[in-house]
Design a protein around this ligand. Structure first.
Ligand code: PMV
Length: 317
């Protein structure tokens, strides 16, 4: 008998992170090769309630809703609790086992992907469908635990699993991609909390809005240009805009020496452009490459200290 399994992808932000919290547009795309899976199985003999088991890189925890109050704020527990409240049902008797190939706390959306996969698995287990809009709303609630004041871009790109042009509070716009985009993701190996970086940008903004607002506006403008470049297949322009975006993120203090080193290495090795992706201060950077420059840029990133490098291609469509 096949095991009911749900899943959700990682994501990267192509441009516009941080400014998106202030109402500017941003572009994010799913990384379908890095995923969280959540498997539904019967409880072991003698166990009852809903058991959520996180394996591999995540904590080994077992939560029995209604009985185990040790993790009331744990995102896994919250994901299940919010979903059960949505369906207005009590804890069913199942075990959901969560596995992930997405590095955690690295700007790749692992938190939103875990929540999405868990709620989808629960939906399979109890045989109650959930609308994508409702799922997106639930995952956003859990994102608040991770981020404090999330823009909603992570949950949206992960739940819909499609490239999005995102403006906070507005209906999502699908992005049309004219030519395949080849992207390398370089991991600094350093984890960083998005909540802290977002909070620091807020402090910067509050202390000196006259200086910071123009930076946010400039990021918003380059996101619009990036959209055009993606829609016309102009990788040279997109790469240059990614470089500009990285410089603005440095001004917002969310880069790090390690991110800057990887970004410089990718550019020197022939990438069209490179930038940090996500909350910053650690985590991942991205580089726009061609099939010909994938290998030299990947080698340069590893030589410059990347803990690992992932390749992803956004197909035209
Ligand atoms: O989860 P991260 O690290 O990819 O960051 C999400 C993007 C931010 O703009 C930094 C925060 C947000 O809520 O949009």
């Amino acid at each position: 008998m096949s095991v009911p399994t749900a899943s959700a992808p990682a994501k990267i932000i192509l441009c516009g992170e941080h400014a998106v919290v202030y109402g500017q547009p941003a572009i994010a795309v799913p990384v379908s090769s890095l995923r969280v899976t959540a498997e539904v199985s019967p409880n072991a003999p003698g166990q009852h309630g809903l058991n959520l088991v996180a394996t591999e890189t995540m904590e080994q925890i077992r939560i029995i809703l209604g009985e185990n109050t040790a993790y009331p704020e744990h995102p896994l527990s919250l994901a299940a609790a919010l979903a059960l409240r949505h369906w207005q049902i009590d804890s069913p008797d199942f075990t959901i086992t969560v596995k992930s190939s997405i590095p955690i706390a690295s700007g790749l959306g692992s938190g939103a992907a875990v929540s999405t996969a868990v709620i989808r698995a629960l939906s399979l287990a109890i045989n109650k469908p959930i609308e994508t809009v409702a799922l997106n709303g639930l995952v956003y609630e859990i994102e608040k635990l991770h981020h404090g004041t999330p823009s909603g871009i992570d949950n949206t790109v992960i739940v819909y699993e499609q490239a999005v042009y995102f403006v906070r509070g507005k209906p999502i716009e699908r992005l049309s991609i004219d030519a395949p985009l080849h992207i390398l993701i370089g991991d600094t190996g350093q984890t960083a909390l998005t909540r802290v970086a977002v909070g620091d940008v807020r402090q910067l903004y509050d202390a000196d809005p006259e200086t910071i607002q123009p930076v946010l506006d400039a990021i918003g403008a380059l996101v619009q240009e990036s959209r055009q470049a993606i829609e016309t297949g102009d990788s040279t322009t997109l790469g240059a805009l990614m470089n500009q975006n990285h410089a603005f993120l440095q001004q917002l203090t969310v880069s790090s020496p390690e991110l800057d080193t990887l970004v410089a290495a990718a550019r020197d090795a022939g990438a069209f452009g490179a930038k940090l992706s996500g909350g910053g201060r650690g985590g991942n950077m991205i580089a726009l490459v061609t099939p010909e420059t994938i290998e030299p840029v990947k080698a340069a990133l590893l030589a410059a200290g990347a803990a690992r490098v992932f390749a992803t291609t956004l197909q035209a469509g």
